[in-house]
Design a protein around this ligand. Structure first.
Ligand SMILES: N[C@@H](Cc1c[nH]cn1)C(=O)NCC(=O)O
Length: 440
């Protein structure tokens, strides 16, 4: 009798797992790009559509309202439909939402598009997290989350560094919004590759199939431990101090530091893109994207570190702490903003790299989709409310000082929740603080 040796691209190999990871990361690149198209184009949209900053905030709020309404059910749908059907459903919804935004002739159509887009996009991010847990639990999970975050955030980085350029080059902000829709279509195509690979892997490795989880009932939520709830509270305060800030940061750098929206340079479109990317420290959207760029470079390394040494709760304490001085200094001084943006980028590595992979460690496997869904729904309460407050405070006071103090306050709240998480984790056996060597 001969024993078959698995080939180099057998589903049990690292190569197969990491190839799947690339495609499930590309699955959300389009939606990350489209999400921040609005913030990246804020200065142009305000001018061309005659809207105020509060309306920019409202477009983000519309996204989050839809997400709050649907994302929890999206998590449950993942547990019911399984990764393939759920990801296809939501990536098509993302594409549809982006098309409606790009084609919008009225303000109401723009809001409808953001609602459809938000319903699909946040559910898709939940599905992405659950798929990573499916393929990487007990292996290189934090590193996988780190790589996925880094690749997904490519969408954000490109949005901030190309959207104004596309609008400027083609003399139309609408072309920039169509570029976002096109990238969402690319993500649907990446989804199809994932579907084929996941189906094959499921057969060969006997992975749990759709609907294998127990029936989800609302009362199950009561079974989540205090560690889970502190992770959720930290998630909402931490992300409220990052994304609602970047939504209008390009406008702040334009307004307070006088940075231009694009660097005017002669040549073709690609020359302009290349020049603006390599001079990102000199434009308002470029400086905004420093938070994203810094986080992208370090996310996979931070993930690898978390897998080895653990200390998830401690890293969340450190990351939350960094937010406070960075936001305060941006608000109350006219110092060069670049160092503060790099510090925010460091926080934006530490907390997410430790936080997202903590969820599968503190909830039962069959509840992972629901747990991510619930966490993302609650996160969106902040992602919906704080862009509104940010825009409204800026319109009312004429400066961004008060909004920066608000973001520093959110950092302080996050720090308190991170300390409470550290204490709760000690009571629950220290699973979050343990590294791979401790867990065996
Ligand atoms: N729920 C998302 C929000 C988002 C940002 N850009 C597009 N969607 C999220 O929290 N993503 C995780 C991250 O750290 O980027």
């Amino acid at each position: 009798m001969t024993t078959a040796i698995p080939g180099a691209f057998h589903p049990s190999t690292r190569l197969y797992r990491f190839t799947i990871l690339i495609f499930i990361s590309l699955l959300v690149v389009g939606s990350y790009f489209a999400y921040d198209s609005i913030g990246a184009l804020a200065t142009t949209l305000i001018k061309e559509l005659h809207i105020d900053r509060a309306t920019i905030g409202k477009l983000y709020a519309a996204y989050s309202v839809a997400a709050i309404a649907i994302v929890f059910f999206g998590g449950m749908l993942y547990d019911k439909l399984g990764p393939r059907k759920a990801s296809l459903l939501f990536s098509c919804l993302v594409f549809l939402g982006a098309v409606v935004v790009a084609a919008a002739k009225t303000k109401w159509m723009l809001f409808t598009g953001r609602l459809i887009f938000g319903a699909g996009s946040e559910s898709l991010i939940v599905v992405q997290s659950a798929i990573i847990a499916r393929w990487f639990k007990g292996k290189e999970m934090a590193m996988a989350f780190g790589i996925a975050l880094a690749i997904s955030r490519l969408g954000t980085l490109f949005a901030f560094n190309t959207e104004e350029l596309i609008a400027d080059h083609f003399h139309s902000f609408r072309t920039a919004l169509w570029a976002a829709a096109l990238l969402c279509l690319f993500s649907v195509l990446c989804n199809l590759v994932f579907v084929v690979m996941d189906r094959h892997g499921e057969k060969v490795l006997s992975l749990p199939t759709a609907g294998a989880g127990d029936k989800i009932v609302f009362s199950d939520i009561k079974k989540f431990t205090s560690s889970y709830w502190f992770v959720v509270l930290l998630c909402v305060t931490f992300y409220s101090a990052i994304f609602p800030f970047t939504d209008l940061a390009a406008d702040m750098f334009h307004d307070k530091w006088g940075l231009p929206s694009v660097n005017a340079v002669a040549g073709g479109f690609l020359t302009k893109v290349f020049y603006n990317f390599t001079h990102m420290f000199t434009t308002a959207p470029g400086v905004t994207s420093i938070v994203i760029a810094a986080s992208m470079i370090f996310a996979p390394f931070a993930g690898g570190l978390v897998d080895r040494v653990g200390r998830r709760a401690s890293l969340m304490v450190l990351g939350s702490l960094l937010l406070i001085p960075a936001h305060l200094l941006l608000g109350i001084t006219h110092w060069n903003p670049i160092p503060m943006m790099v510090v925010l980028g460091a926080a934006f590595v530490l907390v997410p790299a430790a936080m997202w992979p903590s969820v599968p460690l503190v909830v039962e496997e069959s509840r992972v989709g629901t747990a991510f869904g619930l966490m993302t729904a609650i996160q969106n309460l902040g992602l919906g409310l704080f862009p509104l407050l940010n825009g409204w405070l800026r319109d009312k006071t004429g400066t961004y000082t008060s909004t920066q103090i608000m973001f520093a306050g959110l950092g302080l709240l996050g720090l308190i929740f991170a300390f409470l998480l550290l204490r709760a984790d000690k009571r629950h056996g220290g699973v979050l603080e343990a590294g791979s060597s401790l867990r065996g």
